[in-house]
Structures are given as structure tokens and as C-alpha cells.
Design a protein around this ligand. Structure first.
Ligand code: GLA
Length: 387
């Protein structure tokens, strides 16, 4: 077990500690590669501890880097149809970028992914007041959600699947939420180019919980323009419409004959600026789709395809919903990796989740975790190419 220490696990052979894969060079043939999980310094958090960056590499040369601050996924390097590797996540090169204010790049958001109306909910007859950090509402866990906390980390290898287990404890009353909550997030880079994210949690008082991953994808490579030519499929015939502050009205609306119909692959830019009240509320897509489930467990939720690079991403989840956020609030004020300016819609999020504001909607699937219960959720991001 390794906690915050520099560590190196070499799988199926020797791997050097502290290095990441060669930047923009084409990958060597897969046979020359070994899966590895390594760690290296990532700099000091301002007024905080020194941070480690964990680099997971599989035998195909796919590389995932993550830091314990916010359990942030810093980068994901995957090949295009010609075998050229690029980083497909928006983010920063250094810790100061992540430590400054930013819209949750790569982070795990918790205790409650997305919004809770008027930063308030009632549970078992008691009203709880949360930190309002998004107009009148609470967003992504409040002022200091789990995206701004340092998690404990442990590297592992399981037969060529390499990963990191992050754990964190949130005290009773943290950001207004009840109960001492223990949460765990496990990232695994598999031998078949999947990044799996498994969430667990337990509490000693009933509390809402809704963990999700807030990575911004641009499958052309971060910094390479907007995502409007990406084609998206979402396996959902309904979505949850919102009010002007992006709080669900409580209704379920059919996507049929609306710009929200992604049941067949559709360019994101095709209808994003359509004359539609829901799109006006979000400044584009920023909504929760209700997944069409024929069973419990892991089901396919969405596919993202970028035609130029041929890169594809399939998202599967055990969750009932997915928030497709088209990066509408990015406005060119953030300089990310290599000085790239992140303009409007230069990355998009596919946040698997329970529905926003569920604690205030008895008609939505419950997000309440009670003592003695175990919260479990799993999402798989599977990277591939179409030739
Ligand atoms: C989520 C929300 C968006 C926005 C981003 C962060 O995806 O749905 O409205 O707040 O996070 O900027």
C-alpha cells in the first residue's frame, strides 16, 4: 500500500519511476510496451501538501494521469486512427492551474454532482442549508467540494489493469451536508483502453450523495478548437427540463422532435443554437438525459465520435442519468495546457449521475444514502477509433 509516497509499480517487467510517455512521438509497437503505474512529484498545493501525479499506462501505450487533489484526471492520451497519440482532456500542466478557480476540469464532484435548488433540502423532517455557490443554488458539493480536497491514494495492479484508489472522509456538516461520509473512487486503466471509475460511499447519518466525474473531452485533442463537429449518441428518449437557473422542473420530457434527440448519432453543433427555450436556459446543452434502461447494472449510455481523428468514446454506467454539458460557460478566460485558450465549447462533459436536485423531487430516483447502506456506482469510459 502506498499513501502519498512516491511509488512505482512495474507490471510484467521493468518500468521507470517518474516518467510519462514520450509526448507527441508515435507510440512504439504494442509488443514493446509494458503496463505500468508510476508516480512523480506534481508540485506543492499553495498552502498545502506536496502532490504526486500518478501515471497509468497500459500495454497499448494509452496513458492516464491523475492527482489526489480533487481526484482529478489530468490527462488521457489515446491514439487516433493513424496511431497518433493526443491528450483528449482539457486541464492544466501544473498544480497552480488546478488550485486556482476553474470549472471542475477532470475532477470528481461530490457530495452532490450538479445542482440542489436554493441550496436547501429536507430529509426525514429536518431542513438542511447548504453553501450556495451558483446563484441561489448549490453546485457540485458547494464552496469546497471534494474537487478541492486532497484524497488519499493507493496504486494497484490487477493482471495488467493498473489504477489508483482514492479515499476521503468528509465530516458531519461539511458544506451543510449531514453525516460523516466516507467516499472512495477507483480509477482503472484496463488492457482494452477503458478508464473505469468506481465510486463507493458510506455514512453514519442519512445524506444525499451523487458522485460524478467532470472531465472535459475534446477527442480532436485538447486545445484543438470546439467540439461542435463531434457526433454524439445518447441512449435516452427523455430528459429532465430545467428552469432558468438550471434546476429541473420535475418533469420528464420526450426528446422526440426536439434538439435533445440524440438517439441517432448527431453533430453537437447541428441544433445547439436552435430557437428553443431549454437551450436558452443552458446557453446550449447542459441537461440531464434519462437513460433508457431495460435492466439494472452497467448499460451503454453515450457514444462520442470525432470525425477527423476517428477517435471514439463509449460511456457505460450503472447510473440512471447523464448530464451532457457542452462547455457553454467556457469563455476564453482560462489558459490551459501549453497555453491553450479554452474558448466556448472547446470541451464537453458526459457526467453520469442521478438527476440534479433529486433531494427536492420525490418523483426522481432517490439519492439518499442511509447508515448501514453502501453507495456504489460505476462508469466506464471506453476509448477506440473508427477507421
Ligand atoms: C456542470 C453544470 C454546468 C456548469 C458546469 C461547470 O456540468 O451542469 O451548468 O456549472 O458544471 O461550469
Amino acid at each position: 500500500m502506498v499513501r502519498y509516497a512516491l511509488a512505482c509499480i512495474a507490471l510484467a517487467g521493468a518500468a521507470a519511476c517518474g516518467g510519462s510517455n514520450a509526448a507527441d512521438k508515435p507510440a512504439p509497437p504494442p509488443s514493446a510496451k509494458k503496463a505500468s503505474a508510476t508516480s512523480a512529484p506534481f508540485g506543492d498545493l499553495p498552502n498545502g501538501p506536496a502532490l504526486t501525479v500518478y501515471t497509468l499506462t497500459n500495454a497499448n501505450g494509452v496513458e492516464v494521469r491523475t492527482i489526489p487533489y480533487g481526484a482529478i484526471v489530468v490527462s488521457v492520451r489515446v491514439p487516433d486512427k493513424n496511431g497518433k497519440f493526443d491528450d483528449v482532456l482539457l486541464g492544466f500542466d501544473r498544480i497552480d492551474g488546478y488550485a486556482a478557480s476553474h470549472p471542475y476540469f477532470g475532477a470528481v464532484v461530490c457530495r452532490y454532482g450538479n445542482r440542489i435548488a436554493k441550496a436547501s433540502f429536507t430529509l426525514d423532517g429536518q431542513q438542511y442549508a447548504l453553501a450556495a455557490n451558483n446563484g441561489p443554488n448549490s453546485l457540485h458539493g458547494g464552496v469546497k467540494g471534494f474537487d478541492k480536497k486532497v484524497w488519499e491514494a493507493e496504486l494497484f495492479d490487477r493482471d495488467g489493469n493498473v489504477g489508483v484508489i482514492y479515499t476521503i472522509t468528509s465530516p458531519d456538516g461539511d458544506e451543510g451536508y449531514p453525516g460523516n461520509l466516507k467516499a472512495q473512487v477507483t480509477y482503472t486503466l484496463t488492457t482494452s483502453n477503458e478508464l473505469t471509475v468506481e465510486y463507493e460511499g458510506s455514512t453514519d447519518k442519512a445524506t444525499p450523495i451523487n458522485l460524478t466525474q467532470h472531465s472535459y473531452f475534446n477527442l480532436a485533442g485538447e486545445g484543438r478548437g470546439d467540439v461542435l463537429n463531434h457526433r454524439l449518441t445518447i441512449d435516452a428518449s427523455r430528459y429532465t427540463p430545467v428552469d432558468a437557473t438550471l434546476i429541473p422542473t420535475g418533469d420528464y420530457a420526450a426528446v422526440e422532435n426536439t434538439p435533445f434527440d440524440f438517439r441517432r448519432p448527431m453533430a453537437i453543433g447541428a441544433r445547439i443554437d436552435a430557437d428553443d427555450e431549454q437551450l436558452r436556459h443552458g446557453g446550449g446543452y447542459d441537461h440531464n438525459w434519462v437513460l433508457d434502461r431495460d435492466r439494472d447494472g452497467l448499460v451503454h449510455a453515450a457514444r462520442l465520435e470525432e470525425p477527423t481523428s476517428g477517435r471514439m468514446l463509449d460511456v457505460s454506467t450503472t447510473e440512471p442519468g447523464i448530464q451532457f454539458y457542452a462547455g457553454n460557460f467556457l469563455d476564453g478566460t482560462i489558459k490551459g495546457k501549453s497555453g491553450h485558450v479554452y474558448a466556448r465549447r472547446s470541451g464537453l462533459c458526459l457526467e453520469t449521475q442521478h438527476f440534479p436536485d433529486s433531494p427536492n423531487h420525490s418523483g426522481f430516483p432517490s439519492t439518499i444514502l442511509r447508515p448501514g447502506e453502501q453507495y456504489r456506482s460505476k462508469t466506464v469510459f471506453a476509448f477506440g477509433v473508427s477507421k
